[in-house]
Design a protein around this ligand. Structure first.
Ligand code: FRU
Length: 495
């Protein structure tokens, strides 16, 4: 290995990663080997395994000079750490190896494309980050940076586009063997656009066109794009910065955006048809997808919120940041649906099932508790009773703590509330989402891991994800109704 910087990172993570016990980590969500993690990068199937790289600062549980961490898995739930793949060690990426993607080349090697960042002194004395796209090629463990890096820089940006916001390439291979990639950029209007580039071989890249433009509709700069066909449509995913809220659909801050539309592959024209959030909870950003060998489109996002990153469970936390559950994507009725990857079902143990339980006030159900749980709950009005006012599920509960999912059918609003999850800071604790229901009948599938809850609504029509800070001893689950409801509950432990 040529780079001292990478060698040091690998030595460091090996020593400090070992010091984190399995109990201190999520059970089946990927966390950094040590230190800080943000965006998923290079999510791919290569050489018989899923590869997940990630934005990584091994030396600290806060963001810092970005490396690429690396892990592999055969089921998307159990991950094995590999040595860090990239370190900021070249003149063109010395201030960070930002987000990017991975593909397998015809010769069997793996090609990574990432954003190299270099700080540049500005006339006002401050610094701005110049961003350009770089390549590295490897065998699935060790990668060599391309000697012609960067392969795309400010010369390749259309007029008016910013060279300080030009990042997060996502590559794919076309059927004719040529390559495309899309990259986030900030045009002259100050918002975001997604640029399309092409390459005959994965090494030489040329600008093609603007694939999609924000025109200041959804936040500002568009980060971390992904683009793929799904169920007869094409889907553009991106993560807009600086969103304004819009009804219950979009929230303040960094958000997620899914544009579904038509793609004319000949003309390479994307026509937007609908827009929606990807996740309606608190913690989800910068997702990437992979096509599995059996043809499923699976997405993983960073299960965090940039605005709550300074909030730690403990002062001496050895890791920060985790990935979401892998989610299978589909389109139904023009909307993006997400369901937990089916491999999760292999982890289910100790089924506990209740059918048609009447709830008025608060109840607990024998055998229904835990912090690594897969639970399906269907709620409906009790026959012969008026429509209930509210139904809530309390999770990760003891005398001090609980996190709730509460549904008010009169307003069609589902709320996740983690105010009592152990947080001691004035961070965002709640999110509300409009949900569909049939006269008060709603279906939820709730996945709990040690430090998170992900609620899938109506078989994946919406998902609300949130990080929890709660002590592991708080493992109670209870059900509350204001009015009278009738519920079915099927619960498994995930082991
Ligand atoms: C999104 C992001 C990317 C960038 C990376 C840096 O969360 O800002 O745009 O590549 O994080 O760590």
């Amino acid at each position: 290995m040529r780079s001292q910087t990478l060698w040091e990172a690998r030595k460091y993570e090996e020593a400090f990663g070992k010091a984190i016990s399995l109990q201190e980590r999520p059970g089946f969500h990927l966390s950094p080997r040590t230190g800080w993690m943000n965006d998923p990068n290079g999510f791919s199937w290569h050489d018989g395994k899923y590869h997940m790289f990630y934005q990584y600062h091994p030396y600290d549980s806060h963001w810092g000079p970005m490396h690429w961490g690396h892990a592999v898995s055969t089921d998307l739930l159990h991950w094995e750490y590999l040595p860090a793949a990239l370190a900021p060690d070249e003149i063109y990426d010395r201030d960070g190896c930002f987000s990017g993607s991975a593909i397998t080349l015809p010769d069997g090697r793996q090609l990574l494309m990432y954003t190299g960042v270099v700080k540049e002194r500005q006339a006002n004395g401050g610094y701005n980050e110049v961003q350009a796209q770089c390549l590295a090629v490897g065998d699935g463990v060790d990668y060599v940076k391309y000697d012609k890096n960067p392969v795309l820089d400010e010369k390749d940006i259309p007029e008016g586009g910013s060279r300080f916001d030009f990042r997060d390439p996502k590559m794919w291979r076309e059927e004719d063997g040529t390559y495309r990639c899309i990259i986030g950029n900030r045009p002259a209007d100050g918002s975001g656009q997604i640029l399309l580039f092409e390459s005959p071989d994965g090494y030489a890249w040329h600008y093609k066109k603007v694939l999609a433009a924000n025109h200041n509709r959804f936040g500002k700069m568009w980060e971390c794009p992904d683009f793929f066909p799904l169920d007869g449509k094409w889907v553009l995913l991106t993560s807009p910065q600086d969103m304004l809220p819009s009804g219950f659909e979009y929230h303040n801050g960094n958000g997620t955006l899914c544009l579904i539309g038509a793609y004319d592959r000949e003309a390479e024209e994307f026509t937007e048809e609908t827009d929606q959030s990807i996740d309606y909870g608190i913690d989800f950003y910068a997702p990437q997808t992979v096509l599995t060998p059996d043809g499923r489109r699976v997405m993983i996002g960073w299960m965090q919120n940039w605005d709550t990153c300074n909030h730690r469970r403990t002062h001496d936390e050895a890791w920060f940041g985790q990935m979401s559950l892998p989610r299978e994507l589909s389109i139904k009725n023009g909307r993006l649906y997400q369901t937990p990857v089916r491999e999760l079902e292999e982890m289910r143990r100790d089924r506990v099932s209740y059918q048609g339980v009447t709830v008025s006030g608060t109840i607990r159900l024998e055998g229904v508790r835990g912090r690594r749980v897969d639970m399906e709950v269907t709620v409906r009005p009790e026959e012969g009773c008026d429509l209930y006012r509210k139904f809530a599920i309390r999770l990760a509960q003891n005398d001090l703590y609980h996190t709730s999912l509460s549904f008010r059918p009169g307003e069609s609003v589902l709320k996740v509330d983690r105010k009592f999850s152990g947080s001691r800071r004035a961070i965002i604790h709640q999110r509300r989402s409009k949900v569909n229901h049939r006269g008060g009948e709603l279906k939820l599938r709730i996945i709990l891991d040690r430090f998170s809850v992900e609620a899938f609504v109506n078989d994946g029509e919406q998902v609300l994800s949130a990080v929890l800070y709660t002590d592991q001893e708080a493992d109670g689950i209870s059900f509350l109704a204001d009015g009278t409801v009738n519920i079915d509950v099927v619960k498994y432990d995930l082991v």
